[in-house]
Design a protein around this ligand. Structure first.
Ligand code: COA
Ligand code: ZN
Length: 301
């Protein structure tokens, strides 16, 4: 089993993180937050979300945020788009990378985007086609791949089916999400070889939440199976408004601490990620859950 020499870290804080926060964060602070993350050298930052402002009021200023951030050369700024309207808004703002999202379980898809999985795939087919026509890079998310808040266990076959569909529709990268953070490493070992039959693993990312403290073990399992792209969120922000009880994403600091210790290259400056976390922590009404962030802050106090 060989581990990757280099891992691509995709930062979810400004989107997956902030979409779940109750405290209103100003547009100016969101822009400053993304800029700090850019300065850390993160190769991918999910900057905001062009979804319905009724669904996610916190991110209703997507246009202003996207326009206001400094785009660092070498960083890809991804924005979430649930439909053609979202794509149009994203294009008008100048985005060159989008993400579409469906799930491996029906009930979650219904609550999240008010569609069946089948309907979502056909709707996203249109979004992906339109995006590719304009040379836009597309990421696809498969949520609830390791468990669903409404249905419990999610069969591996469902994950494989949805992933294959997104890949065939033209996604450049597909992120397999443990939206509620319930999965364990044996599930990762069981799933990835099945996915590698249908999608090259260099196009597959893993997206873990740390609800049950399993995220880093799952990253390890993913690396052992040949995955080298992982999503995480500065300070461990995050959750999902449609997934009761789900806690934050795997903390970017936790991921970077592990990878640095294992001599796996990321090109990301951990101290600068902490600076971004420290900044946003001052705008929120709670402590950040990331263990590495908390420990490093305490050690340097
Ligand atoms: N941007 C802005 N407004 C949008 C929009 C978009 N991308 N998509 C839809 N809307 C608006 C419509 O214009 C309409 O407004 P109106 O009531 O003033 O006419 C309203 O939202 C409802 O539109 P409709 O097409 O009926 O969609 P819906 O209510 O079935 O919602 C989604 C479907 C997908 C747009 C919505 O559920 C959504 O944005 N979900 C995002 C969920 C999310 O981000 N989850 C977390 C990420 S995992
Ligand atoms: Zn997530």
């Amino acid at each position: 089993m060989t581990l990757p020499a280099r891992v691509k870290v995709c930062e979810m804080g400004p989107r997956d993180g902030l979409q779940n926060e109750k405290a209103v964060v100003s547009t100016e602070d969101k822009i400053a937050y993304v800029n700090l993350l850019s300065e850390a050298g993160l190769p991918v930052i999910e900057a905001t979300s062009f979804v319905s402002p009724k669904a996610i009021p916190q991110l209703s200023d997507a246009t202003e945020v996207f326009a206001g951030i400094r785009k660092r050369p070498g960083t890809r700024y991804v924005v979430l788009t649930p439909n053609l309207k979202g794509l149009e808004r994203a294009r008008a703002a100048g985005a060159d990378s989008i993400a579409v999202f469906t799930a491996a379980s029906e009930s979650f898809t219904k609550r999240n985007i008010n569609m069946s999985i089948e309907q979502s795939l056909s709707a996203f087919g249109e979004v992906i086609n339109a995006a590719r026509l304009h040379g836009i890079w597309v990421r696809g998310y498969v949520s609830t791949a390791f468990g669903c808040p409404y249905e419990g266990t999610v069969p591996v076959d469902s994950v494989v089916r949805v992933t294959e569909s997104l890949y065939k529709l033209g996604c450049d990268e597909i992120s397999i999400g443990d939206t509620i953070g319930v999965g364990v490493s044996t599930q990762v070992h069981a799933l990835i070889p099945r996915l590698s039959d249908i999608v090259p693993l260099e196009n597959v990312a893993l997206h873990f939440h740390d609800t049950y403290g399993q995220a880093l073990a799952n990253v390890e399992a993913g690396m052992q199976e040949g995955v080298a792209i992982f999503d995480s969120s500065a300070g461990g922000l995050g959750g999902c408004p449609y997934a009761p009880g789900a806690s934050g994403n795997l903390g970017t600091e936790d991921l970077l601490y592990k990878l640095r210790g294992m001599d796996i290259e990321t090109g990301v400056d951990l101290a600068r990620v902490r600076a971004a976390s420290r900044f946003i922590a001052g705008r929120l009404d709670h402590q950040l859950p990331s263990k590495a962030y908390t420990a490093l802050e305490a050690a340097s106090a």
